[in-house]
Design a protein. Structure first.
Length: 313
């Protein structure tokens, strides 16, 4: 088989979506979110924006070109058409496991039977006498009606994912369920498409489309408070909502990111989206206070002084 040539680029994790229906495209349009929200926007399967989105330094390498035409692959057509019968486990009443057999990891036939490993690993990890569990263990021996030959599964040739892990790595580490649909690699295929252990095979290469950008679902407008916001008195958005402080104090006591409750809290008419303009101002003005922040500070001081004067009276 000749070597394949491929060109890699970064691909964000396909289908990644965080609470609030935020997707990587939203981060592409607001790259400053990565530093502020990248570790807090986490999908249901525990992947954060900083891990999933290329713009945040996440994603994985994917390949945008296929092997050269000189590359030859084994035929994927079985020499004998299998029968339409459903595979079933044979009668093992007169079957005996190969004595003292263990696989390359030291697991024996009882382990394969009790852990239901036959389907997933029975053809891998050859051990004693170079036999796999499918050859050595009664629990893993299957037969197809009409004595027709089984179709041999082959992994996509030379496949590796975006992290340079191959099909053997996925099989040995049991990664298929958790990572099998992530980290597209060679041929733009995931492990679940490329690897026999993950229910894929090289057969899927015949129907793989060319690389197409994923279409992100349209985001639904959901209001979110600015994460971890507190005012200058360490009161949170929940405190403003619970005590109905928005009208009276919402414009005072700027806290995290120099934002007031009216800017940071949904209950006060603010939200996380209000940070766009505020952080843009901050990035343009170096570390010195802007006129706006000075004005807010002056108002806060005047308000506090006036309240102290009222109490003194």
């Amino acid at each position: 088989m000749s070597s394949s040539s491929s060109t890699s680029t970064c691909c964000s994790v396909s289908g990644w979506i965080a609470p609030g229906n935020y997707v990587c495209e939203d981060y592409n349009q607001n790259s400053w979110w990565c530093e502020i929200f990248g570790d807090y926007d986490v999908s249901e399967d525990g992947v954060s924006a900083n891990e999933a989105c290329c713009v945040c330094g996440g994603g994985s390498a994917c390949y945008t070109s296929f092997p050269t035409s000189s590359t030859s692959f084994p035929s994927v057509t079985p020499s004998v058409t299998p029968s339409s019968g459903t595979p079933s486990y044979q009668d093992t009443s007169n079957c005996e496991d190969t004595p003292d057999w263990v696989d390359s990891w030291g697991d024996n036939c009882n382990d394969y039977a009790s852990q239901n490993w036959c389907v997933k690993y029975g053809g891998l990890n050859a051990g004693t006498n170079n036999m796999t569990a499918n050859e050595a263990c009664c629990a893993c021996k299957v037969t197809v009606p009409s004595a027709s030959p089984s179709i041999h599964c082959e992994d996509a040739p030379d496949w590796v994912d975006g992290m340079e892990d191959n099909c053997t790595d996925y099989a040995m580490n049991g990664w298929c369920e958790k990572y099998g649909d992530l980290y597209r690699g060679l041929y733009n295929m995931t492990a679940n498409e490329a690897c026999c252990a993950c229910s894929g095979s090289m057969r899927n290469m015949l129907s793989m489309p060319s690389v197409q950008p994923s279409i992100s679902p349209a985001p639904v407008e959901v209001c979110e408070d600015v994460p971890k916001w507190v005012d200058s008195w360490n009161d949170t958005c929940s405190a403003y909502a619970d005590h109905s402080w928005c009208d009276k104090y919402g414009g005072y006591f700027a806290g995290l990111h120099n934002m007031t409750a009216n800017e940071a809290c949904c209950a006060c008419g603010g939200s996380r989206s209000a940070m766009t303009g505020i952080l843009a101002e901050t990035s343009e003005s170096s570390s010195s206070w802007s006129i706006k922040s000075l004005a807010k500070s002056y108002m806060n001081i005047c308000f506090v002084v006036s309240m102290m004067f009222v109490h003194l009276l």
